[in-house]
Design a protein around this ligand. Structure first.
Ligand SMILES: *[C@@H]1O[C@H](CO)[C@@H](O)[C@H](O)[C@H]1NC(C)=O
Ligand SMILES: *[C@@H]1O[C@H](CO)[C@@H](O)[C@H](O)[C@H]1NC(C)=O
Ligand SMILES: *[C@@H]1O[C@H](CO)[C@@H](O)[C@H](O)[C@H]1NC(C)=O
Ligand SMILES: *[C@@H]1O[C@H](CO)[C@@H](O)[C@H](O)[C@H]1NC(C)=O
Ligand SMILES: *[C@@H]1O[C@H](CO)[C@@H](O)[C@H](O)[C@H]1NC(C)=O
Ligand SMILES: *[C@@H]1O[C@H](CO)[C@@H](O)[C@H](O)[C@H]1NC(C)=O
Ligand SMILES: *[C@@H]1O[C@H](CO)[C@@H](O)[C@H](O)[C@H]1NC(C)=O
Length: 448
């Protein structure tokens, strides 16, 4: 009996987080090396940028499924241009893109299946109803790594952007990587470009680490997002650079009545050492879909450059949920039109069935040690009259404004406090009440 248990342990991948830290960026994910490796070329793939390799990727993953209980396996993609439609990953798999390897998203619609909308959204993000499956998918997996020696995954989003713009999109756009209901996921050492919609979308996941990735999309495109953390917990995003048309990093958790019913928050996430540019969106956005709640998030050491908004909290009546216990610290901003924004009037509902009495809670938001140069507007905080945003705490903030004429701050239905903030904030943010810190945030601050 004991022998059988030992044998079972030997055959099962040991996946765990090293150290006891509850801070997701301090807990290193330890994944075993894969004893087996195969190259995509063994499945007949051709890296000329023209031949469609969708079946090769699907067959390779199907074959590697049989290694899941034998220590897992690696699918190696060598240098070349590998055109493919949507394919799935499997547990205990590493997808490794060698130097010079480029995976290209196909423009052939027959290579893209459609799937049900996410239950926490009730419909696709672009159009009601179904959505296209993403280029690289994980569903109900454990121990998955997407990495490489700076290989590239190019979503070739132009076709999807055109379809969105000209109204011919039948289903909502795919993402480059979507991992759903999975645990222990690493994305690292890669370049992603031109996402049809989002670049990396962990949804209903735990223990996700995204390290050392570079993500780009043309600036003039408003509808592309970098990393979207959605109803997921224990997430670390670090050492990455993101240049996006819309949001660089967004935290979400479902949309109105669908998200309230699904009720899964995004919590315990850390984002640090990132360079972000968001031409028409926000470098870091909380919401607007946040109906399952967003809490216990730390953002630190971010450079926010050439962006429309720096840090933004978005919500609206009917959303329910909460955004609370957020710390944003040690940030440098340059050329940002609005450094901080918090709005309770975002609007945008999945359908007419939302409950207007479902009011979101926004509280305990700390913004600390932030400097900015060439900032258009310092901050605009417009809460909800029946349920104002509370405990908004600003400290050690110094912004140099590009215009001196316009009012740097606008506030309504918000309560908070400030110390050492320049330019001087509005009265609503100068109440003497101090912030109530969550246990993690308090520990972090006491330590610093
Ligand atoms: C991909 O995974 C989904 C969900 O498990 C499944 O429905 C679909 O058939 C899979 N597609 C392929 C090509 O294996
Ligand atoms: C980041 O990834 C590149 C390859 O993409 C690698 O050369 C570099 O060493 C990595 N840096 C870190 C800090 O992991
Ligand atoms: C990674 O690849 C991208 C695109 O090919 C390139 O721009 C970048 O310089 C590379 N980074 C490293 C660290 O090699
Ligand atoms: C919309 O854009 C797509 C992708 O470029 C194109 O195939 C389609 O013909 C366009 N439709 C219209 C109505 O312009
Ligand atoms: C990323 O690259 C760095 C430097 O080469 C390496 O130490 C690290 O293990 C890589 N990460 C993964 C998951 O391969
Ligand atoms: C959502 O889940 C939390 C626990 O995770 C629970 O306390 C709360 O009552 C739930 N809310 C709803 C609306 O079901
Ligand atoms: C404030 O943030 C800057 C930029 O990240 C950092 O260099 C500095 O050490 C921080 N100051 C304090 C007192 O933490």
């Amino acid at each position: 009996m004991q022998g059988a248990i030992l044998l079972l342990l030997a055959l099962t991948n040991v996946v765990h987080t090293k150290g006891k830290s509850s801070d997701p960026c301090e807990a290193e994910l330890v994944l075993d090396p894969r004893p087996h490796s195969v190259s995509i070329t063994e499945f007949g793939a051709v890296g000329d940028g023209k031949v469609d390799n969708t079946l090769a990727f699907q067959n390779a993953v199907f074959y590697l499924k049989s290694f899941a209980d034998k220590g897992g396996a690696q699918l190696y993609v060598p240098a070349g241009r590998w055109l493919t439609g949507s394919f799935n990953l499997t547990s205990h798999l590493t997808l490794f893109l060698g130097k010079g390897a480029v995976i290209l998203g196909s423009h052939d619609l027959t290579r893209w299946e459609t799937i049900d909308p996410l239950p926490s959204y009730g419909r696709g993000i672009d159009v009601p109803g179904r959505r296209y499956r993403s280029l690289i998918n994980g569903y109900m997996l454990r121990d998955v790594v997407i990495t490489g020696d700076n290989g590239t995954i190019d979503g070739q989003g132009s076709m999807w952007w055109d379809q969105l713009a000209n109204g011919s999109l039948k289903y909502s756009r795919p993402h480059i990587i979507e991992v759903m209901s999975s645990n222990y996921v690493i994305v690292s050492n890669l370049t992603l470009s031109n996402p049809p919609a989002y670049s990396i979308h962990p949804v209903y996941c735990s223990d996700v680490h995204i390290h050392n990735v570079s993500i780009t999309s043309p600036a003039e495109l408003p509808h592309t997002d970098g990393i979207v953390l959605d109803s997921s917990d224990n997430v670390c995003v670090q050492d990455s650079a993101i240049t996006m048309g819309y949001d660089s990093i967004a935290l979400k958790s479902g949309w109105d009545e669908y998200g309230i019913t699904f009720n899964r928050s995004t919590s315990n996430a850390c984002i640090r050492r990132v360079d972000l540019r968001s031409y028409s969106g926000s470098a870091i956005a909380f919401g607007s879909e946040m109906s399952g709640g967003i809490s216990n998030i730390r953002v630190e050491q971010a450079n926010i450059l050439s962006s429309s908004r720096g840090i933004e909290l978005r919500t609206t009546r009917g959303r329910g949920g909460f955004i609370k216990d957020i710390i944003v610290t040690d940030i440098v901003m340059e050329d940002v039109q609005m450094a901080f924004s918090a709005t309770g009037q975002w609007g945008s509902h999945p359908d007419d069935d939302f409950n207007p009495d479902a009011l979101p809670v926004v509280e305990n938001i700390m913004l600390r040690n932030i400097t900015g140069t060439n900032i258009g507007v310092a901050g605009k905080f417009t809460g909800i009259p029946e349920l104002p945003f509370t405990s908004i705490c600003l400290s050690f903030i110094r912004l140099s404004m590009s215009y001196t004429s316009s009012a740097p701050w606008t506030c309504s239905d918000v309560v908070g406090s400030s110390s050492f903030v320049f330019p001087e904030p509005c009265l609503e943010l100068m109440s003497p009440s101090s912030c109530i810190l969550g246990p993690r945030s308090a520990g972090k601050l006491a330590a610093s």
